[in-house]
Design a protein around this ligand. Structure first.
Ligand code: S3P
Length: 178
């Protein structure tokens, strides 16, 4: 089975996917890292030199490639992946695949993102505008995120608590998981 973690930038998709993969002893793939490895250029550099539309085409291409694979893995997506093209539909229709939305409030996301630098989409956003930017952006993206098979409310959870919630979902939806 493939487990796909979905959520806004800063929602800990990669960290949780790694923790889940270690606990369950199955491979972990981060879509941004996968794109960078395949394209031999960092995601930041793709945005800077080729632009977002080029990135979105590559993102959709590699997502489909991964969904078509027959092996099992935990996959963390980029924050925008479910929101472009027919990516969310492909995820929903993929064989033996379960998606989980890691849901944070805009304020929690602001707190998690305010000290971060280097995310291409937040580059031009001033610190004082960041919370409002996140609120509006999340509002636009939420309809896509909510198409995930499961949603976990993440506000206030420790890493261990959120890991337990994910394990519970995996075990209940597929008791003999691997
Ligand atoms: C993006 C999120 C990033 C990365 C790219 C675009 C987005 O991934 O894919 O910068 O559109 O939200 P993270 O969610 O891992 O930061």
């Amino acid at each position: 089975m493939k487990i796909i973690l979905i959520g806004y930038m800063g929602s800990g998709k990669t960290t949780l996917a790694k923790a889940l993969a270690t606990t369950k002893k199955i491979p972990f793939i981060d879509l941004d890292d996968y794109i960078a490895t395949q394209e031999k250029i960092s995601v930041q550099n793709i945005f800077a030199t080729k632009g977002e539309i080029y990135f979105r085409k590559k993102e959709a291409f590699y997502l489909q490639q991964l969904l078509n694979r027959e092996d099992n893995f935990i996959l963390s997506l980029g924050g925008g992946t479910p929101c472009f093209g027919n990516n969310m539909l492909l995820i929903q229709q993929a064989f033996n695949t379960l998606s989980i939305y890691l849901k944070y409030s805009p304020h929690s996301l602001y707190q998690r993102l305010e000290k971060e630098k280097g995310r291409p989409l937040l580059k031009g956003v001033k610190r004082e505008d960041l919370e409002e930017f996140i609120s509006k952006h999340l509002f636009e993206r939420a309809p896509f995120y909510h198409q995930a098979t499961y949603t976990v409310i993440m506000d206030g959870l420790t890493l261990e608590e959120s890991l337990q919630q994910l394990l519970k979902i995996m075990n209940s939806s597929h008791p003999h998981f691997l």
